[in-house]
Design a protein around this ligand. Structure first.
Ligand code: SF4
Ligand code: SF4
Length: 114
């Protein structure tokens, strides 16, 4: 094979149909305010954990909605459930409860230790 000095990167495809939506369905049922999230990032900007680590609740929200749960599993452990993010959400999402219920869902569906 010819070498051109570069390689093609693998396509980043989000397959909504194949991804696992069990976690997000569990959350939507118990905390319907999550449906109102517009992924603006205000929660991440005010997040106590986010100030000291790379943790982003906005990223968690996006990944959960896509059903990309493998990425969320480890990241979500960093949330301290302080509730600061709930105070700034312009859409009135009970963000603290979203994380709380998400942790419950991981525990229920794959014996994930919270
Ligand atoms: S602040 Fe509210 S609307 Fe904005 S990303 Fe966070 S949860 Fe979603
Ligand atoms: S509840 Fe979690 S996501 Fe929200 S501000 Fe506190 S540490 Fe950040």
């Amino acid at each position: 094979m010819e070498k051109f000095g570069f390689t093609l990167t693998k396509a980043r495809v989000i397959d909504y149909d194949r991804n696992d939506h069990s976690i997000v369905d569990f959350i939507m049922e118990r905390e319907p305010s999550f449906k109102a999230c517009i992924e603006c990032g205000c929660c991440s900007a005010t997040c106590t954990t986010g100030n000291f680590t790379g943790f982003s609740l906005r990223e968690i929200n996006v990944l959960l909605k896509r059903g990309e749960n493998d990425q969320v599993r480890k990241k979500i452990k960093k949330c301290m459930l302080c509730g600061k993010c709930s105070l700034v959400c312009p859409r009135g999402v009970n963000t603290r409860n979203v994380v709380f219920v998400a942790k419950q869902a991981f525990q229920k569906f794959d014996n994930y230790a919270v």
